[in-house]
Design a protein around this ligand. Structure first.
Ligand SMILES: Nc1ncnc2c1ncn2[C@@H]1O[C@H](COP(=O)(O)OP(=O)(O)O)[C@@H](O)[C@H]1O
Ligand SMILES: Cc1cn([C@H]2C[C@H](O)[C@@H](COP(=O)(O)OP(=O)(O)O)O2)c(=O)[nH]c1=O
Length: 226
């Protein structure tokens, strides 16, 4: 039997939007359909990139340093984990990818998006792709939630890291950064209205998968967020 085509799906949104709660459920749904799933995250996903993650989340640094570290981790993650998994025909579910760099370092910190675009070109070109084409997710689920609601959820949930400790105005800019990326790539982005019950959010996610023919309706109905 021919191996299925690899699928690369990223999850984006401001901190507290509800991504983590749904990634494991989507992994369960794909596995129930017989697919092999690689569940991963950024910053992180490899030993090297996880060490860089610790620095980015907890050490003081400027936006260019942050950008260089997240892209360095991304390069290692692509080469060691994402590209091999896609080549094996797996489903890769990634908690954040490059859109987060444009939203947080670009819009949030006000760093030059031209430099980020240049780093994106360097890091996301791959031997397996036609010349000039960059590795990008096949679909990006953008969990859209008002920053005030996300902040209320987080306050009840966990101690903040360097980003989560930022003021509301920072998250308003990050949100605008995501909106800009979504407008620039409408075929890739699926907007999830995240100010809803977990069940309603899950239904939007599975509907998007079913529309693309990636998930069977039966499977989507049987699995859900834990
Ligand atoms: N639909 C929802 N309604 C209310 N609370 C939610 C919902 N989804 C997630 N949460 C809660 O909000 C907090 C942040 O969710 P999480 O999945 O960690 O967000 P993220 O991964 O986007 O930062 C957690 O305490 C989680 O249980
Ligand atoms: C991928 C990425 C994340 N980030 C930030 C966004 C988040 O605040 C933080 C970690 O993301 P995340 O894993 O979503 O945090 P948590 O485990 O606390 O839910 O890193 C960037 O600033 N740039 C990036 O390129």
């Amino acid at each position: 039997m021919q191996a299925p085509r690899g699928l690369f799906i990223s999850f984006e949104g401001i901190d507290g939007a509800g991504k983590s709660s749904h990634i494991a459920a989507l992994a369960d749904a794909f596995r129930a359909q017989g697919r092999t799933v690689t569940q991963t995250r950024e910053p992180g996903g490899t030993p090297v990139a996880e060490r860089l993650r610790e620095l980015v989340l907890h050490e003081d640094m400027d936006a260019l340093t942050e950008a260089l570290l997240v892209f360095a981790g991304r390069r290692d993650h692509l080469r060691r984990v994402i590209e091999p998994a896609l080549a094996r025909g797996e489903v890769v579910l990634c908690d954040r990818f490059t859109d987060a760099t444009f939203a947080y370092q670009g819009a949030g910190r006000g760093f030059d998006t031209g430099v980020l675009a240049a780093l994106e070109q360097w890091v996301q070109s791959s031997d397996g792709l036609p010349t000039g084409q960059l590795r990008q997710p096949d679909m990006t689920l953008w969990f859209e939630l008002a920053p005030e609601v996300a902040a209320q959820r987080l306050a009840a949930a966990r101690a903040p890291d360097r980003f989560e400790a930022e003021p509301a105005a920072f998250f308003a800019r990050v949100h605008a950064g995501y909106a800009q990326r979504a407008a620039a790539a409408p075929a890739r982005f699926v907007r999830i209205a995240a100010d809803a019950t977990r069940h309603a959010v899950w239904q939007q996610i599975t509907a998007a998968m079913v529309r693309r023919g990636w998930l069977a309706i039966m499977v989507a109905a049987q699995v859900g967020p834990r």
